[in-house]
Design a protein around this ligand. Structure first.
Ligand code: UD1
Length: 428
C-alpha cells in the first residue's frame, strides 16, 4: 500500500503548470464514439480515471494510440456493440457517458451503472428521463445494467436542472439524433462548453453551451478532428488553495482565468492577494487568512469539487467560517479527518461551521474520495509535523503527479510504499 507523507509548515513558492481538465477529457473521450474516424485529442492528463475510460474504449474495440505525452489518437470505427459490463464501469463515475454516446451512435446501449467517489446518492433519473424524451425505451436489468433502445433517437425538449452529467449525456445522445433537441436549464460548467466545442469540431451543430439553453440540430454523422481539452479548473483551484493555506506565493500557469473567478473570489474574501495574467494566476497570502462564507452552486457559482480543499484551508483562518454544500448530500465526511489534526468544527446536515485555530497538527488520516484527498494534502501542508495519508489511489484518479508538483513548490512531501501490518506473517 502506498501512502503520502508530508512534513508540513512550509510556504509554497514558485510556479506550477496545470494539466487538461479531467471532467472535460472524460466527456470528450466518450464523444469519440460518435465520430466515424480518428480523433486526435491533446491535453489528456495522466490520471487513473482517464486510464479507466481509455481501457473501456479499447475493450470495446477502439484503436487507442498515444502519440505524445498528453496526446492520443482514438478511432472507434470498429465498435460493433453498445454493451459495457460492470467489470469495466466500476472504476469510474464518468463511464455513464458511454450510455449517451453508444445510444447516440447505435440507437441502443446496455451499460452497467458506474462506480466512482462516494459523495452521496448520485441518482441518474434526469439522464434517464432525457433519454426517454429522445425516444428511448428504458429498462433496468440484472447486474445493474441500464438498457436503452430506440428505433431512431429523435430530438426533443428536455430539462436537465443544471446536472452536469445529464447535460453531457443528452448532448452525446442528441448530436446524431433526428431533428432538434433543446436542453433547458443545462449545466454551464466549462467542461460542458468544451464538449460542445469538440462535438462541433467533429461536425455537430450544438449552439448555446454555457448559456441557459442549448440547441442541438442533429446531423447524420460526425467526423474525426484535432482538439485540445481545456485546463483543469479544479486542479488549478487546488494549487491556489494550497498556496493560500500555506501563506505562500505561487504562480498557477496554463489556466483560463475566467473559469477561475468562482475560486479567486472567496480567496480574495479570505485576504489572499490575486493577480491575473492572460493564462496564469498569482496567489499570495498573508500570515493569517480571514474567515469566509461559501455555498457550493452550479457554475458560475463556487464548485462543489473545491469545497473540501476550502474546508482544509479555513481550518486555520481567523474566525468562524461557514461552508454550505448545496450540490452533493454526503460531502463532509472528510471533516472528521480534519478534527484528528486539531480542527475545530461542527457539521449539521449540509452546513459546516469551522472555527479557525492557529495551527493544525500532523496526524495519520484517510482520503475518503478524490477531492477529500486533496483536502488532506492541503491540511498536511500547513500542519506542524508529519501527516500520513492513506487511500491515495483516490487522489491518483484526478491529480497528475500531485506529489512531484508540490515538491517543485518547495513542499516536504513524498509517496512511500508501506507494508500493511501482518503482511510479512501472511507471506509465510
Ligand atoms: C459532475 C462531476 C463532479 C461534480 C459534479 C457537480 C464529472 C465526471 N463529475 O458529477 O466532479 O462534483 O458534476 O459539479 O464531470 N442529480 C439528480 N438526478 C440526476 C443527476 C443529478 O438528482 O439524474 C443531482 C445529484 O444528486 C446532485 C446534483 O444533481 O445533487 C448534481 O449532480 P451532477 O451535476 O449530475 O453531478 P455529476 O454529473 O454526477
Amino acid at each position: 500500500m502506498e501512502k503520502i507523507f508530508i512534513n508540513g509548515g512550509r510556504a509554497l513558492r514558485g510556479g506550477v503548470h496545470i494539466g487538461g481538465a479531467k471532467n472535460a477529457v472524460l466527456a470528450l473521450l466518450a464523444g469519440t464514439i460518435l465520430a466515424k474516424d480518428a480523433c486526435r485529442i491533446d491535453n489528456i492528463p495522466e490520471i487513473s480515471d482517464v486510464g479507466a475510460i481509455l481501457h473501456i474504449l479499447h475493450q470495446l474495440g477502439a484503436e487507442v494510440r498515444r502519440v505524445g505525452k498528453y496526446t492520443y489518437d482514438i478511432n472507434t470505427r470498429y465498435f460493433d456493440s453498445g454493451e459495457v459490463p460492470y467489470e469495466l464501469t466500476k472504476h469510474c463515475r464518468a463511464s455513464y457517458y458511454l450510455l449517451g454516446a453508444l445510444f447516440g451512435r447505435f440507437g441502443h446501449a446496455r451499460v452497467a451503472l458506474p462506480g466512482g467517489c462516494d459523495i452521496g446518492v448520485r441518482p441518474i433519473d434526469l439522464h434517464i428521463r432525457g433519454f426517454e424524451q429522445l425516444g428511448a425505451l428504458y429498462k433496468f436489468e440484472e447486474n445493474a445494467i441500464i438498457s436503452l433502445q430506440a428505433e431512431q433517437p429523435s430530438g426533443s425538449v428536455v430539462n436537465m436542472k443544471s446536472s452536469v452529467g445529464a447535460t453531457v449525456n443528452i448532448m452525446l445522445a442528441a448530436v446524431r439524433a433526428r431533428g432538434v433537441t433543446v436542453i433547458e436549464t443545462p449545466a454551464k460548467e466549462p467542461h460542458v462548453v468544451d464538449l460542445a466545442n469538440f462535438l462541433n469540431a467533429c461536425g455537430a451543430d450544438v449552439r448555446g453551451a454555457g448559456t441557459d439553453v442549448i440547441k442541438i440540430h442533429g446531423v447524420k454523422e460526425l467526423h474525426g478532428c484535432e482538439y485540445a481539452a481545456i485546463p483543469d479548473q479544479i486542479e488549478a483551484g487546488t494549487y491556489m488553495a494550497a498556496a493560500a493555506a500555506t501563506h505562500g506565493r505561487v504562480l498557477v500557469q496554463g489556466v483560463i482565468p475566467k473559469h477561475m473567478e468562482c475560486i479567486t473570489s472567496p480567496l480574495i474574501e479570505c485576504g489572499a492577494h490575486i493577480e491575473e495574467y492572460d493564462d496564469a494566476i498569482l496567489v499570495e497570502a498573508p500570515e493569517r487568512l480571514q474567515r469566509c462564507k461559501i455555498k457550493t452552486m452550479p457554475y458560475p457559482g463556487f464548485p462543489t469539487d473545491m469545497q473540501p480543499q476550502f474546508g482544509a484551508l479555513l481550518c486555520t483562518a481567523e474566525g468562524a467560517s461557514i461552508l454550505n454544500e448545496s450540490i452533493h448530500d454526503n460531502r463532509f465526511r472528510y471533516m472528521e479527518q480534519l478534527t484528528r489534526m486539531g480542527a475545530q468544527l461542527k457539521v449539521d446536515g449540509k452546513v459546516a461551521v469551522i472555527e479557525g485555530v492557529e495551527q493544525l497538527r500532523g496526524a495519520p488520516v484517510k482520503a475518503y474520495d478524490l477531492r477529500a484527498g486533496a483536502a488532506m494534502v492541503i491540511a498536511g501542508l500547513c500542519a506542524q509535523g508529519i501527516t500520513e495519508i492513506e487511500n491515495i489511489e483516490f487522489i491518483d484518479r484526478g491529480f497528475e503527479n500531485l506529489v512531484g508538483k508540490l515538491k517543485g513548490l518547495g513542499a516536504d512531501i513524498k509517496r512511500k510504499e508501506v507494508r500493511e501490518y501482518g503482511a510479512e506473517l501472511m507471506a509465510g
